[in-house]
Design a binder for this molecule. Structure first.
Ligand code: B3K
Ligand code: ZN
Length: 867
């Protein structure tokens, strides 16, 4: 397979200002008649019209109503090349496609009897021959014809124009989208769907119809998503001055979907998992996730749709920016500090390892084989961090001015990340040329610090040094422009002025490999608070002593930094314990940590959410990342033992907190935090091993008023196999076996359970009548959870899980390459393990690559992982 390079980009030779599509829908075979107005770009050296196409049957082709003679076109393996067209003409292309056979879920396919589409990144070429690239923008007219009984609802982008009856029980609908858009934003839905509707009045007073389409039996799970949509629409007006632009905004929920959701213009299509929710079926975390995805897709209407990407190398232009926007939205709805902590955790647990492994790539990659493999943590989460740093450097108001200029200047265009940075430069007057390196340089920078205090001069000196480990294809790294927010604490816990105008917090700008910053008028050796709010996506190397960490846990006023002090403290202990496990030493808890932990619990009443985050120990995968060789058993043992000891030592306090946070209702930040704490205390109580705790958990399960509590009990119990958890799991299955989205929680929990015989259990789950390899949610629930969240099971030393997964991934590849490729990411960290596990994973990757029919998606992941 051939890779695509950023440096090979050339602008399109042909424009397609207008497209009319007519779909004659039938599951087995659908006819698509496409009418393209094409115009050659004056002076463009390329004269041939190159159209992409995949899995299409060409029925006919004509220019201005005249059939094209076969000497003027050529069918290639990637599509269709047409020669000697008039400079400007109308091209009619009739193709046939096979929605029912489309198990890849890209292009037009069927989910639960409904037609739906997924065109990003390159699915439109599976619908018709087209210049399927994001820099070709067209106005779409879409006519859909289908059987009226089976498909009463017919939807596409834009505004509805007409609908009516046809012969033979068929009907049609006609949609027009006045905003020029790239083909990846095209969407069509047809089916027997129920509708939950509402309205929204925009800031300028236009009324927009809002519609949420779901299967009739899910109509009672729509109201939360609708509220979230309205909140998002209002928030984007208030926070960013962005108003909605069509007369109607639709969301459709489908059960079979490769990812979370898709921002098609005016017609967002969602994985039903990311829409449907009621307190009975969804946890607090589900609700928060749903709200943020609704917001994310809605925000794309400006950051992605009105202003889109020139090519797929610019993907983070829309994704990084939109993640940043949805993070800001959620922060505004809840507690900003807690939201920041969660985002940092996500980045560290998922993006840092990606950037430290064989799949590492810059926020703007240089090349790819299959673009669908590049919807990564780096593009999304690191991309959002890059935007956040820009905001930090410019300050909120200049940043906002820059964004306004960006949207204004590029409305209706397909642009690059450079255009984005340029708009920020022009609006702020700042030079961001050095900053641009963040887009091109892969890897997580490491900051090293050195402190000095000059008593006689009353000066505190802080030296910062940056370096970035080399990444595949990038050996030489340049210094980056890194905003480092700092504050200084006096021993009293008061902050010492350290910035201009005696500010108590300041942002240092590190632009060289090493710089020393001098703080004057500092009269005692201060305690440094570094990288407040996690002001840059970097790793800080320092040797914080336990006393300093305990001090910061107590006095920090920046939520992230306070949490961070607790995490570091726990991390130091856990890492020492991993070594102790490996050397058969006893695991003895540093009393300073128990004290700090106990002190933390005192704040449970006032800051439940923050305390809950701080009580949550670093994940096993993050711990593994800190070791030179990942030792899954020792890591698991160390972490479980710390939970056990903390549970034992703080048992009565936790019981107290648990009881005080019982029966909390409501969805405000306080209630969310209290419920989180409630469940977490139960987990610690169970971890203590006291039998009383198990009884409590069983009661908790049986009296759970909602799914948040139900899952709280199951999660607390899952750490230990036994009678109680099996009883609860059996009950859960009976209760929810007909609700696939809820049953996924049951699948996932068991696939993650760190019990012996994990592989057999996973194989059993796959034989469950509710499981199917064809449904991405089921695959993620069972196999995604097993490979990503059950290190003990997946990395079992006998290597059986590796071999099993290799075969399964190949089986899946024949059904759905995107899902197979995602899953294959489980082998990408193989070099980080011991020799036996390295060998097992290498063999799995080689087995995958030995398959002659392997897809491009899977080939790219497996071959890059193997290195
Ligand atoms: N833009 C889509 C992701 C498309 C993934 C294609 N493989 C959803 C989102 O990020 O909003
Ligand atoms: Zn997105």
């Amino acid at each position: 397979p051939k890779s695509t390079h950023l440096t090979d980009y050339t602008s399109p030779a042909w424009r397609v200002p207008k497209v009319s599509l007519c779909f004659e829908l039938e599951p087995e075979e659908t006819r698509v008649t496409a009418m393209l107005c094409v115009e050659h770009v004056d002076g463009h050296p390329q004269r041939d019209l190159v159209l992409f196409g995949e899995e299409l049957v060409l029925e006919s082709l004509s220019q201005n109503g005249e059939p094209l003679d076969s000497q003027y076109y050529e069918l290639t393996k990637d599509g269709l090349v047409i020669r000697d067209l008039d400079e400007s003409c109308e091209l009619e292309i009739v193709t046939r496609i096979h929605p029912k056979r489309n198990t890849a879920l890209s292009g037009l396919y069927i989910s639960e009897g409904h037609f739906c589409t997924q065109c990003e990144a390159e699915g439109f070429r599976r619908i018709t021959y087209f210049p399927d690239r994001p820099d070709v923008l067209s106005v779409y007219d879409v006519r859909i014809e289908a059987d009226e009984k089976r498909y009463p609802v017919l939807l596409s982008n834009g505004n509805p124009v007409a609908q009516g009856e046809l012969d033979n029980g068929r009907h049609f609908a006609h949609w027009h989208d006045p905003f020029p858009k790239p083909s990846y934003l095209f969407a069509l839905v047809a089916g027997d769907l129920a509708c939950h509707s509402d309205q929204f009045v925009t800031a300028s007073g236009r009324t927009v119809d809002l519609r949420l389409y779901v299967q009739a039996h899910n109509l009672d799970q729509c109201s939360f998503a609708m509220q979230a949509l309205k909140k998002s629409m209002r928030w984007d007006e208030q926070a960013f001055g962005r108003e909605y632009d069509l007369d109607i905004f639709m969301i459709v929920a489908v059960d079979d979907f490769n990812m979370g959701a898709m921002e098609n213009k005016g017609l967002n299509i969602f994985n039903s998992k990311c829409v449907l929710a009621s307190p009975q079926t969804a946890t607090d975390d589900d609700f928060i996730m749903i709200e943020s995805i609704i917001a994310h897709e809605y925000f794309h209407n400006w950051s992605g749709n009105r202003v889109t990407c020139r090519d797929w190398f610019q993907l983070s232009l829309k994704e990084g920016l939109t993640v940043f926007r949805d993070q800001e939205f959620t922060a505004d709805q809840t507690l900003p500090g807690v939201k920041r902590i969660q985002d940092v955790q996500r980045l560290r647990n998922l993006q840092f390892p990606e950037d430290a492994g064989p799949m590492s790539h810059p926020v703007r990659p240089q090349s790819y084989l299959e673009i669908n493999n590049f919807y990564t943590m780096t593009i999304y989460e690191k991309g959002a961090e890059v935007v956040r740093m820009l905001q930090t450097l410019l300050g909120a108001s200049l940043f906002r001015r820059g964004l306004d200029l960006y949207f204004d200047r590029h409305d209706g265009q397909a642009v690059t990340t450079d255009d984005f940075v340029k708009a920020l430069e022009d609006a702020s007057g700042r030079d961001l040329s050095l900053f641009r390196r963040w887009y091109d340089q892969a890897g997580t920078p490491v900051l090293e610090i050195q402190e000095g205090f000059d008593d006689s001069a009353s000066e505190y000196h802080l030296s910062l040094r940056q370096h970035c480990p080399s990444t595949p294809g990038q050996d030489v790294k340049m210094p980056l422009h890194i905003p480092v927010s700092v504050a200084l604490f006096a021993a009293s816990g008061e902050k010492i002025p350290c910035g201009a105008d005696a500010a108590i917090e300041t942002t240092l700008e590190l632009t060289e490999q090493q710089q020393t910053f001098v703080f004057k008028d500092v009269h005692e050796p201060p305690v440094l608070s570094l990288l407040r709010g996690f002001s840059a996506p970097v790793i800080v190397r320092d040797q914080h002593r336990p006393e300093t960490l305990a001090f910061l846990m107590q006095h920090e006023d920046d939520a992230f930094s306070r949490w961070e002090a607790g995490q570091r403290f726990a991390l130091n202990i856990l890492l020492a314990w991993v070594a102790d496990c490996q050397n058969d030493r006893q695991l003895l808890l540093d009393p300073r940590f128990s004290q700090a932990f106990a002190a933390l619990l005192k704040d449970a009443q006032s800051h439940p959410a923050l305390v809950a985050e701080t009580m949550t120990l670093p994940s096993e995968s993050y711990l593994g990342d800190q070791l030179s060789t990942i030792d899954v058993e020792a890591v698991h043992m160390a972490r479980c033992t710390l939970m056990q000891q903390l549970g034992q030592q703080c048992f009565s306090t936790m019981v107290e907190i648990y009881e005080k946070t019982q029966g909390i209702a409501g969805f405000d930040a306080l209630a969310l935090g209290q419920r989180r704490l409630h469940n977490l205390c139960l987990t610690y109580l169970c971890a203590s091993g006291e039998s009383e705790a198990q009884d409590r958990a069983l009661q908790h399960y049986h009296h759970a008023p909602d799914m948040t509590h139900t899952m709280g009990a199951l999660r607390a119990l899952i750490a230990q196999p036994g009678e109680v958890i099996h009883q609860c799991l059996g009950d859960f299955e009976q209760r929810w076996k007909d609700q696939p989205l809820v049953l996924d929680k049951w699948f996932s929990l068991q696939a993650m359970a760190p019990w012996p015989d994990s592989l057999e259990r996973v194989q059993d789950l796959m034989r469950h009548p509710g499981f199917s390899l064809r449904n991405p949610n089921r695959v993620r629930a069972v196999l995604g959870s097993f490979t990503m969240a059950n290190p003990l099971g997946f990395h079992a030393i006998d290597g059986q899980a590796y071999a099993f997964m290799a075969e399964l991934i190949l089986e899946l590849d024949a059904i759905n390459p995107q899902i197979a490729a995602r899953l294959a990411g489980c082998f990408s960290r193989w070099r980080r393990f011991d020799a036996v596990r390295q060998n097992g994973q290498q063999q799995a990757l080689q087995r995958i690559l030995a398959q002659p029919s392997v897809s491009r998606d899977l080939y790219e992941i497996a071959s890059r992982s193997l290195g």
